[in-house]
Design a protein around this ligand. Structure first.
Ligand code: AIR
Length: 181
């Protein structure tokens, strides 16, 4: 565990609008996918390690001051008894996206239930277990409501995905035809 709670502060000179929070630095390998997508879309972000259980006051302070610091969305990834996204959501009006992380004896089911089963009044938008990529895309979609450039990038992203599927389908047809010969 690193001493510094901030692994990557600002990825660009612009102030961060997405706060990525990890329950531990051991969550970074999965959550790096979130970092990658935000970088690809050119969305300024910050990354911090905060634990709802090991550093509860710092976690609450982070969320309480998030809006005044200019953040617009928080993405929180945690494993095991993953209370981090819920605790952050309790302390801010900003949208919080929770990423349940695989690991521990229950292999991510514990984190999934802890994050998705929020009580009425305090929503956390929960993505799939290890769904770090979708967390970033959902954050970009939220930000795109007020940003035509991001909406254009999202449309292009979807078109690329569709083109990839078409290429895969065509190459599958080719393989099957070769097998028949
Ligand atoms: N965690 C850390 N504080 C509270 C929780 N639930 C989670 C981390 C990580 C797991 O516990 O998000 O997924 C194991 O953390 P570590 O630091 O022991 O590797």
């Amino acid at each position: 565990m690193s001493n510094n709670s901030s692994l990557i502060t600002h990825h660009s000179s612009l102030s961060p609008v997405v706060g990525i929070v990890l329950g531990s630095d051991s969550d970074l390998p999965v959550m790096e996918e979130t970092v990658k997508v935000l970088r690809d879309f050119g969305v300024p972000f910050e990354v911090s390690v905060l634990s709802a259980h090991r550093s509860p006051r710092r976690a609450a302070d982070y969320a309480t001051t998030a809006e005044e610091r200019g953040l617009q969305v928080i993405i929180a990834g945690a494993g095991m008894a993953a209370h981090l996204p819920g605790v952050l959501a309790a302390c801010t009006c900003l949208p919080v996206i929770g990423v349940p992380l695989q690991g521990g004896a229950l292999n991510g089911m514990d984190a999934l239930y802890a994050i998705v089963q929020m009580p009425p009044g305090v929503p956390v938008a929960t993505v799939a277990v290890n769904g770090a990529r979708n967390a970033a895309l959902l954050a970009v979609q939220m930000l795109s409501l007020g940003d035509a450039g991001l909406r254009r990038q999202l449309r292009a992203y979807k078109e690329r995905m569709a083109a990839d599927v078409a290429v895969k389908s065509a190459s599958l047809q080719e393989k099957l035809q070769q097998q028949q010969k």
